[in-house]
Design a protein around this ligand. Structure first.
Ligand SMILES: [Ca+2]
Length: 495
């Protein structure tokens, strides 16, 4: 009975047991037969766990870009801290403990950071932006690691840019560049630069809205990314001819500004997260509206504006509205997470295929919900993320997800050599995957037909009245587009 399962587990396990001694391999296989359930979980390529629960004193609603450095996470929380106006925190994932680095007071140091931190490659300090401050137009702050010295390095004035609601970055020239969501000559914000020590602030371009020389609107833009050619690239969720967003290129001195795409009023629109510059030289981004369900999606765009829609979010439990930008895993897949309604962690191939849900948040006290930050791949195949809700205190969590691309398995119930009568052969069995079995299919020739069911499946294979023998091949398919090995059943017409 276990024959089908055997052949697949032997095949799947071989990759892992090649370096092992034969005796050990034999033991492994014996253990495999002992409990199919535990075997599946032991083989599972995707494992999820909560590593830390946020709390109101140190970090309530951790959100935005965050940093992994020397085994610690550094981030910003929108609420919590001593004044309830947000905090900067460090979290040691080994113990799950949060450490308070700074409590925003709502005074000159501002309030409610929502876009997180970045680490300067030049001086190793952490930089971020928030709201409020001296002119009620936002501030730029920095803090060292492990968090002893906090400093506000810039007070936005409003006229020269305000409401910094996107994460700034440091470019290859050692200067900070960011997008202000309001202010500027036209009130649509603009693109600013500032030195790492807080001197030299300059609004390089003021956005001009739906028309003009600097089409775009800065509000809730995802920030900038530097291309290999030294230009800065970004998207804005509004502005441009249709007020549905633009993709632009700007030289670091602000002199050159080109719009290479204005989103239309149909299809995906309103790109609102920082672009990922992937290893293939394309930018990948996400939008929060447009598409069949008007939930936005994921797109690819070249530096010159060649544009392809890759995936549409919908109202399914897969969620919509990304909590942070996409990242590229060491395996070459794109990874991200969604914020609404409770969110998921997902991956997809760079050509837009194989969208797979790695984890569905459930919220409550035992899981997070609403992922509000990009994932960080801390070691190859191991990702960490944050949510702003759920967990012990309903203040959010830091979670860990370990994943590889695992092929599904398939097994047939009963013997592999069977007899049949009449015009059909009935088969049934099970299939399993670390994520999800999408389909079980079978063939007697070349064309595969779907079986009924997935993890428990059955198939009625048609056989010509003239056929006395038939060979059926079966396989299963998962979300990643991976196929199981083929399982063969040979059938002979009963006398
Ligand atoms: Ca799989």
């Amino acid at each position: 009975m276990l024959l089908g399962i055997w052949s697949h587990f032997v095949r799947a396990e071989l990759a892992f047991v090649v370096p092992m001694q034969k005796q050990t391999m034999k033991t492994t296989l014996l253990i495999l037969t002992a409990s199919l359930g535990s075997v599946l979980s032991a083989m599972a390529g995707t494992q999820y766990e909560i590593v830390a629960n946020a709390n109101a004193s140190e970090a309530e609603w951790p959100r935005g870009q965050w940093v992994y450095s020397a085994g610690n996470f550094y981030g910003a929380s929108q609420n919590g801290g001593a004044s309830g106006m947000g905090s900067l925190f460090r979290c040691d994932p080994a113990t799950g403990q949060f450490f308070l680095l700074h409590s925003f007071s709502g005074g000159n140091d501002g309030t409610s950071p929502s876009t997180g931190l970045f680490e300067s490659p030049t001086n190793g300090r952490l930089y971020g932006v928030n709201y409020g401050g001296m002119n009620n137009a936002g501030t730029i702050f920095r803090i060292d690691k492990p968090g002893n010295f906090f400093e506000t390095i810039h007070q936005f004035t409003g006229l020269s840019g305000g409401s910094p609601d996107s994460p700034p970055m440091e470019a290859s020239d050692g200067k900070i560049y960011g997008i202000a969501g309001s202010g500027g000559a036209f009130g649509f914000g603009g693109i600013y630069t500032i030195n790492l020590d807080g001197t030299g602030y300059q609004l390089l371009r003021a956005f001009t809205g739906t028309g003009g020389a600097t089409r775009g609107k800065g509000e809730e833009s995802g920030g900038l990314v530097e291309g290999p050619n030294g230009y800065l690239y970004g998207v804005t969720p509004s502005g441009g001819t249709n007020d549905t967003g633009v993709f632009f290129q700007m030289s670091k001195d602000g002199v050159t500004y080109n719009v290479f795409r204005e989103w239309p009023s149909t299809g995906l629109q309103r790109p609102n997260k920082r672009l990922l510059l992937a290893s293939d030289g394309y930018f990948y981004g996400s939008t929060n509206s447009g598409g069949a369900a008007n939930r936005g999606g994921i797109f690819r765009i070249s530096a010159s504006g060649d544009y392809t829609e890759l995936h549409e979010f919908d109202n399914s439990p897969n969620g919509y509205s990304m909590g942070g930008n996409l990242i590229e895993g060491t395996d070459g897949y794109l990874y991200g997470c969604t914020f609404f309604p409770v969110g998921v962690v997902f991956r997809l191939a760079k050509d837009g295929s194989s969208f797979a849900v790695l984890h569905r948040f459930t919220g409550g006290t035992t899981d997070g919900s609403q992922a509000g930050a990009p994932l960080i791949e801390t070691t190859p195949g191991v990702f960490h993320g944050t949510t702003i809700a759920g967990g012990t205190n309903n203040d959010g969590v830091i979670y860990r997800i370990e994943t590889t691309i695992e092929a599904p398995t398939l097994s047939v119930s009963g013997p592999r050599r069977v007899t049949f009568r009449g015009s059909s052969l009935r088969l049934r069995g099970t299939a399993a995957d670390d994520l999800r079995v999408v389909r079980v299919e079978y063939t007697t020739k070349k064309l595969y037909k779907p079986a009924v069911g997935t993890t428990a499946w059955k198939a009625r294979v048609r056989v010509k009245p003239t056929s006395s023998r038939v060979k059926v091949r079966l396989r299963s398919l998962d979300d990643d587009g991976q196929l199981s090995g083929l399982t063969t059943v040979r059938a002979r017409r009963a006398e």
